[in-house]
Design a protein. Structure first.
Length: 304
């Protein structure tokens, strides 16, 4: 069914499928979950999230809420979580069934949990919104207010929990773009893959609490997908490199730096060891088979 579906929808949909495999494969989410658990402070419950700073206060409240919902929805999709943001910590899901009288009835059942579900349950958006301090604020003002908030939260600006490393800036253009995408997804005729494709194409503005050596201002990250916020968050959390290591330099003076996930990044030492152990296990199994230690066929095709 999947093969027919992808052939029918063309290359664009195939790229979405590949993005999904790269962003929320089970093994990838398990590594991410271990990373989040390692960030827990003492007896505190380990959690993570994305910090959003609002600098536009002219947009209607509905548009702002839609923009925030669009970000949370993109995180959910990239993690492959089953439940929406407001229900992410609930261990049950509602299945609607029709009674003999034609009325829909919600039947609650225990939801199967995956690493993506556990990650999304631990996710929380941090929204910084203050009209007098942030209305139409410049990047320098946003950074200063961001740093003040980090000090209050006793966060570390140099790694680990990325809530204290970078923030997403919600200006007028970004709110409008995300609102339009969210409204598109709410239409009955809109297919979910269209919404997902829009989320993977749009970019949001991001600012680090501490400026980089070369990239000292705002840069761009895709909302979702391989080059999206979730992958950016965990790539930076696991790999302690300068900001510019993760960004693509602008082609002209007026352009902006942007996040581009490398197709093949060097693995951290722990992951390298795991790969070596798995390779050794495969080699050992192959050697046992060649010695005829397992039931099956030997090289001559005769059963042992």
């Amino acid at each position: 069914m999947d093969s027919t579906w992808h052939l029918y929808d063309g290359l664009g949909h195939l790229m979405i499928m590949l993005d999904n495999l790269a962003t929320h494969s089970p093994s990838e989410n398990e590594r991410r979950l271990v990373n989040i658990m390692s960030l827990g402070r003492d007896s505190d419950k380990a959690d993570w999230g994305i910090t959003v700073i609002r600098v536009d206060y002219n947009a209607p409240q509905t548009q702002l809420l839609n923009a925030l919902s669009c970000i949370n929805d993109a995180v959910q999709r990239d993690l492959g979580a089953a439940q929406v943001y407001r229900e992410r910590e609930i261990g049950t899901i509602c299945e609607y069934r029709t009674t003999k009288h034609g009325w829909p009835v919600c039947m609650w059942r225990k939801a199967p949990r995956s690493a993506g579900d556990d990650l999304f349950a631990a996710y929380k958006m941090e929204l910084l919104s203050h009209f007098h301090n942030l209305n139409m604020a410049t990047a320098a003002t946003v950074r200063r207010k961001f740093q003040d908030w980090i000090v209050q939260k006793q966060g570390n600006t140099h790694g680990g929990d990325m809530r204290y490393v970078f923030c997403v800036i919600l200006d007028a253009d970004t709110i409008q773009q995300l609102n339009e995408i969210w409204c598109l997804g709410s239409r009955v005729a809109t297919k979910q893959r269209q919404l997902q494709q829009q989320q993977q194409q749009v970019q949001v503005k991001v600012l680090d609490a501490v400026p980089g050596d070369d990239c000292r201002g705002v840069y761009k990250v895709n909302l979702a997908g391989v080059h999206g916020l979730v992958n950016f968050w965990f790539t930076r959390s696991l790999r302690r490199h300068p900001l510019e290591f993760f960004l693509e330099r602008p082609s002209d003076d007026g352009g902006m730096w942007c996040f581009r996930s490398a197709e093949r990044e060097p693995l951290p030492a722990m992951e390298e060891l795991q790969v070596e152990e798995e390779a050794a296990q495969r080699t050992g199994k192959r050697a046992v088979r060649e010695r005829g230690g397992w039931k099956g066929k030997n090289k001559k095709g005769v059963k042992n």
